[in-house]
Design a protein around this ligand. Structure first.
Ligand code: NAD
Length: 361
């Protein structure tokens, strides 16, 4: 740790803006039109309903490879035929003035394909986490959106979640002293053995890419920078058939340039793993559960409340992006942040493979 600190990792600006920026989205004259790409579980159960409650956004178009879903969404949300696309015709979004933002909600390994198409159509892009399955693909996404002169945001919903922001405030204000150590974990027993989340080409990895990323994000949020080195241990697979392509469970550590270390776990095998805890000089504070869509609970060792209002995290995230676009202000959940996290996860896999500490330049 001392060596890392002495090496002087480059200063990383704070990863979040003050709460005030996103607590009151600027009502725009005309809400920004969103095209949702990939009408799976998240799009159907969270994003489309959230779009009905946003202040600055509206569901304007869909991209799907399944005609039956197009019929259902058209009936439910009144989407005109001219705004219904499949993956081959989505280039025509370029001619649709109703669409300002494309929200990419396909499997991880298709995010670059869909983001680059959207950027070439001249649209801003909100892309789900993890950004992609390799840092090269993430870089191609950043480059494409930049070349189009548009913005790219990653779907890091917890960056807009008030309990996480309150945890950040307690850390920043040193209410329990300086944070020295962090512990964060997110995992669940995965079902269907045939799903894309267990296929490396589409998922990029196992629980680390899917939910371990929340533990990384939480630690980054509390520390206010990115990790500079990682170590990792993969568990022995109890089901080598189901987990032939990806890890089953993983324990890993993040080291930050300021000397803080985060101990993290992720799993597709066991549940009960949904928390983040900060250990500071005069006490501890945390969230348990930490990463759900709702029902997040905060606590502090000094028995003071760690409370915050419930919000629709997806609505807040989309309104913030619309606000950034309207105000021509850079998003706090940038493509560069998504790229950096994919680099961190690739370093964690390398550390698990080699048994060595891997530095992240
Ligand atoms: P899902 O499997 O339910 O949906 C994926 C969609 O992509 C489906 O509609 C499917 O038809 C479509 N698709 C297009 N091409 C495909 C292909 N070649 N193979 C498989 N599906 C294909 O998955 P999901 O849970 O909705 O996840 C989608 C994305 O959202 C992932 O990147 C995931 O990590 C992310 N996600 C984020 C959160 C969050 O809280 N931010 C939660 C869940 C999922």
């Amino acid at each position: 740790m001392a060596a890392i600190a002495a090496a002087g990792a480059p200063f990383v600006p704070p990863l979040v803006r003050p709460l005030a920026h996103r607590a009151t989205p600027t009502p725009s004259a005309k809400p920004l039109g969103f095209a949702v790409v990939g009408l799976g579980s998240l799009a159907t159960n969270q994003i489309a309903p959230a779009l009905q409650t946003t202040k600055n956004c509206r569901l304007a178009a869909i991209v799907t490879g399944t005609p039956a879903k197009a019929v259902k969404w058209k009936a439910q949300y009144g989407i005109p035929d001219r705004s219904i696309y499949d993956y081959d015709t989505m280039d025509r979004l370029a001619d649709n003035p109703d669409v300002d933002v494309v929200y990419v909600v396909t499997p991880n390994g298709l995010h670059a394909r869909d983001t680059i198409k959207a950027a070439r159509a001249g649209k801003h892009v909100l892309c789900e986490k993890p950004m992609e399955v390799s840092s090269e693909r993430c870089q191609a996404m950043v480059d494409a959106v930049k070349a189009a002169g548009r913005q790219l945001a990653i779907g890091y919903r917890c960056r807009f979640e008030p309990h996480h922001l309150e945890m950040l405030r307690v850390a920043r204000d040193r209410e329990l002293g300086e944070v020295r150590l962090i512990e964060a974990a997110f995992g669940f027993p995965i079902g269907d053995p045939t799903q894309w989340r267990l296929k490396r080409a589409l998922a990029g990895g196992g629980p680390l890419m899917d939910v371990g990323i929340y533990a990384i994000q939480s630690a980054e949020m509390i520390v206010g920078s990115y990790p500079v080195a990682v170590t990792a241990v993969e568990t022995t697979k109890t089901d080598p058939v189901k987990f032939a392509d990806v890890e089953e469970s993983l324990a890993f550590e993040l080291k930050f340039a300021n000397g803080v270390a985060a101990s993290c776990m992720t799993s597709y095998k066991v549940g009960g793993m949904n928390r983040t805890t900060a250990f500071a000089d005069r006490g501890t504070f945390g969230l348990t559960p930490a990463f759900n869509y709702d029902g997040i609970r905060g606590w502090r060792s000094d028995a003071k409340p760690l409370e915050a209002p419930e919000v629709d995290q997806f609505a807040t995230e989309m309104d913030d992006f619309a606000d950034c676009i309207n105000a021509n202000r850079p998003t706090s959940v940038s493509g560069e942040m998504g790229l950096r996290d994919v680099r961190t996860m690739m370093a964690i896999y390398e550390a698990a493979r080699t048994g060595r500490t891997v530095q992240i330049a």
